[in-house]
Design a protein around this ligand. Sequence first.
Ligand code: ARG
Length: 616
Amino acid sequence: MMSASTSAAATADAAVFDATAAGVASPRDTIVDAVREALVDAFGEKFRDSRPLVTSATKPEFGDYQCNAAMALAKPLKCKPRDVASSLAEKLGPRLSAICEAPEIAGPGFINLRLRDGFVAAKVKSMVGDGERLGVPRVTNPERVVVDFSSPNIAKEMHVGHLRSTIIGDTICRVLEFRGHDVVRLNHVGDWGTQFGMLISHLKEVAPEAIEDGAEDKFNVGDLVTFYKEAKARFDEDDGFKEIARAEVVKLQAGDAESKRAWGVLCEASRRGFQDIYSLLGVELEERGESFYNVMLPDVVSDLESEGLLEESDGAKVVYLEGFESRDGTSQPLLVKKSDGGFMYSTTDLAAIRHRVTTERADRVLYVVDVGQGSHFAQVFQVARRAGFAPEGVQLQHVPFGLVQGEDGKKFKTRAGETVKLSDLLMEAVRIAGESIRKRREEEGGEGYQADEVELERVSKVVGIGAVKYADLSMNRESNYRFSYAKMLSLQGNTAPYMLYAFARVQGIKKKATEGLGDLSGTEISMGTPEEAALARMLLRLPEVLEDLEVDLFPHRLCDYMFELSSQFNRFYENCPVNTGETEEFKGSRTAFCSGTADVIERGLGLLGMGTLDRL
Ligand code: ARG
């Protein structure tokens, strides 16, 4: 443990650093800029536009940040890595002296950088006094970002893949919004296609009353799924019905009023089912389904034609692609118009890209869709680029995620082998959460305990829904993931209940400590113990975690960070008494640590679309 005088020195230092701490750049950004300058200084102008890699150190003995530029440059500069590192460090040291200790060269040529305690203390001080933003700067050049997510299909049940898309997409939107971007949340609902022929024909026969004016609420999604199966069975088995269904598609496309009304009934019924799920999840997004783009499809095809990209193949219109050959070497073109004149899923996506770029003025378009559609998006993006629908400056990005599997690693099904209804799945999590909370409270409350049913229901919902979200978000989204109520609702490990509990605890400590202290902004931070120094550094990482998330769109980074933060908080709390009389001198500073931690966890959970609780 360091002596009190060291901590006093750090506090005094903090005053000196106030000006720097108020700056918006994260320490990492400052370091990256300094490394670039140092590279130019040491090795010439050609490094002016370089973006040197600076990462968080993997172990405390490596300092706070590591830079591997010297190793990357040794070969092109024809020097030994350690020599490059020492020339670089020499130029870097003075540039960073306000925020870092002297650089150290380690191993084959890493440059290790350690933030000065005074700087860290000043940064934490300004973070605690920073209200909502917690030291996270808004981007200086906000982008307009269209996020296409959730996107279930009409007349079909929303499935676990759509659930993942909804949860991941919502978090991505929240993070981008918090960073200051202008986000458009779009639900690209599958509301068009030849399947509507059989659905409408079937509807007209079995429930003609549903199509009458004002009868739109005759169906719910539960009915619709059975309904879909029945229509499909008839379509597959009955040639007469198949003919009727085909004719119905033509009528619908021609805009026949009755067909359109039937279509609207089906859409409305599905929409109600989807909305139930969105309400449970607390997710908001704008529906702009496939049908929205119908009017644009003929133009898409004729513009592909005038760009010289369109070719005929057996009466159909296709675009030949670069880099999409099947194994035998034959090219796999993208079909945009069938020989019967019908358009495709990809044609709609081409129209949507153009609309998002031209009308929505998007700088970045994200598609949170399962990994299975990877080649669909690669193809569509390629054609959109070549046709000039999306200039190079606009980023088109598929944000893939893996499958949801059952606990046994097999397909996710109910015991009876049916696909799981999402509302059942979510309510089951809420039920299990409620049961275990009730049980624990009964044990703790002893005899005469009376549950507050209303509060219990609210708490169970926060925990249950939070658990489903957190379990999904804490995984690398690209992996498949095994859905397990037991795991996601466990109090142990990186789970929602653990984080919610951690928050409630820190919040409780903070509340107790703040009584009589009042406003914490302006509190000088002292870091007399290694635990305080480590917690302070952990708190400062929030802006960098969000910056990284904004680039690679991996929400598990935030979950990992919050989990590490709460472990670090536990170490701090074990060693640094906050609410005992013996440490009056540090009370303000330590309370500020509690406050910073509570606020970061609360903000983090909020970005993951989760609520918090003061007590579980
Ligand atoms: N409705 C599609 C599905 O369920 C997902 C749509 C994704 N978005 C898009 N623009 N293609 O598979």
